[in-house]
Design a protein around this ligand. Sequence first.
Ligand code: FAD
Length: 381
Amino acid sequence: MKRTIYQEEHVAFAEAVAAYLKADVAPHVRDWEEVGLVPRETYRALARLGALGIQVPAEYGGGGETSFLYNCVLTEQVAYARATVGSLRVHTDVVMPYVLAYASDEQRRRWLPGMVTGDLMSAIAMTEPGAGSDLAGLATNATRTADGWLLNGAKTFITGGSQADLVIVVARTARTENRRGGLSLLVVEDGMPGFTRGRRLSKLGLLAQDTAELFFDDVRVPAANLLGEEGQAFGYLSGNLAQERLSIAVNAQAQAVAALDVTVDYVRQRNVFGQPLASFQNTKFVLAGLRAQVGAGQAMVDQAMQRHEAGELSPADAAAVKLFCSEMQGQVVDACLQLHGGYGYIREFDICRFYADARVSRIYGGTSEVMKSIIAKSMGL
Ligand SMILES: Cc1cc2nc3c(=O)[nH]c(=O)nc-3n(C[C@H](O)[C@H](O)[C@H](O)COP(=O)(O)OP(=O)(O)OC[C@H]3O[C@@H](n4cnc5c(N)ncnc54)[C@H](O)[C@@H]3O)c2cc1C
């Protein structure tokens, strides 16, 4: 169905990004998957297209937009190009909103210009070996010193962690009766003594996106690196979750669209039993069914994007769209891989990557079970 969410300016941005991705990203994806990283220059090139500082005020070099739709365009174009750009989405959709919302003027001057050009790449470190879904159970702690904080702890699964220049670390700065209180956001910078990065984790998919362990051993974080107010982190993190989950849903949806496209191409050119795979009724029925599923996802995502633009996307609605699109993505990539036969299991075929990359959509940004808990609560259950 024709989409009506985008205006002329979004389409122009999509075209510019698509041209760059096709020429300078897609041809290198396999090499980047081998090394497990996207080169810094790629982030800088995307920055020159305006992709890194979409909502950043012009005085810091950004685009000064209020709309999140450009971020959605970017996510979609990466998927449609069958490309992958490492930790881009964490930088633009997850970290940037916290800096924009909570940084002081001094912090904005210090960090935003570099974040816009790609000279300062960022990560967010919430998850720990002992605390994932249950964020309030985290053990990383920071104690007061005369001029700031002494940070100790370990984080895991941190996207972009091995390359990040700035890491927003969620740490416990006070014990309160309510476990959700007493958490603060501390910005740890590359090179601070006591901050070390562990191994890059070897993953099932998202091979060009580094996922790292981070360690903090008596790291002296200056008071000037507290983001927002002390003890308010849980509220800040909850406040941005709807947008983060929408971002994951947009990605899941776009990946499903791309996987279906890849498969329609494949069944047309593959012959079995002397005829195109596309000519079998089973192939047509499977693909037609997937087309309907993907269309349902698109309608839901587009409506969620619209509600988000109006400032009306509720946490439960964001959870529902993430749940639906990530589960749908899983079903689509599985059926598409099946239609590729053995080739679907071979890494040089795009569908193999779509399949492997899809699995985490149901896990990160809150698992499907956590999404269901949120939705059920909104139903009074
Ligand atoms: C590739 C990748 C990138 C990531 N990037 C980041 C990042 O940049 N920053 C960051 O901080 N984190 C990141 N994460 C971590 C991610 O957000 C967590 O993995 C996720 O929140 C789940 O936490 P967990 O792994 O500890 O699983 P657990 O919390 O241990 O969950 C295990 C199982 O228990 C279920 N479960 C948990 N609680 C409940 C409940 N109340 N009711 C029913 N079932 C429940 C879960 O659904 C799951 O099935 C990343 C993870 C991956 C895999």
